[in-house]
Design a protein around this ligand. Sequence first.
Ligand code: S3P
Length: 174
Amino acid sequence: MLKGVVLTGFMGAGKTSVGRALAKRLGLPWFDTDACIEKVAGKTITEIFAQEGEPAFREMEHRCLLELAPKMPAVVSTGGGIVMRPENWPALRALGPLVYLRAKPDTLYGRVRRHRHRPLLQTNDPRAAFDRLFAMRRPFYEQADLVLDTDELRPEEAAARLARMLENQPSDIE
Ligand code: S3P
């Protein structure tokens, strides 16, 4: 059986919705680093960014990630920026195969443009901020163990494909 599985990818990739659907399909618990951060901080991500700044958010994200190891096997959805901190990589990889939920920038932007809960896009030119971040992060996402293109997939379809891909992954626990 799998040790766990971690979903990564840019904002709008479907990490939360696919993660939830995959956990249900595999009969595993589901954890979400953003939800963990909000619970620990007792405030929303928007409030954390506004009141404490991004470095404080990244520190909380790192700590939430470290707390996940004893909770495996599980499906873990992460925030889109988690791949940018080098210390997060060993912790991510320790949880199980890392999956990049990939989609074209236009698809992603179409999914997130109307949302207000992503502080990094609350600028005068959100599309420029989006493109800059996407270009910076893409090489990091590409280092994942598995890649699934989600442009045309609903969350349940993506979860079904992923479940099949994961059947061929090496087992870590019996
Ligand atoms: C962030 C993505 C968000 C959240 C925070 C920062 C990022 O999560 O962690 O707003 O840096 O890309 P989603 O990827 O689930 O939107």
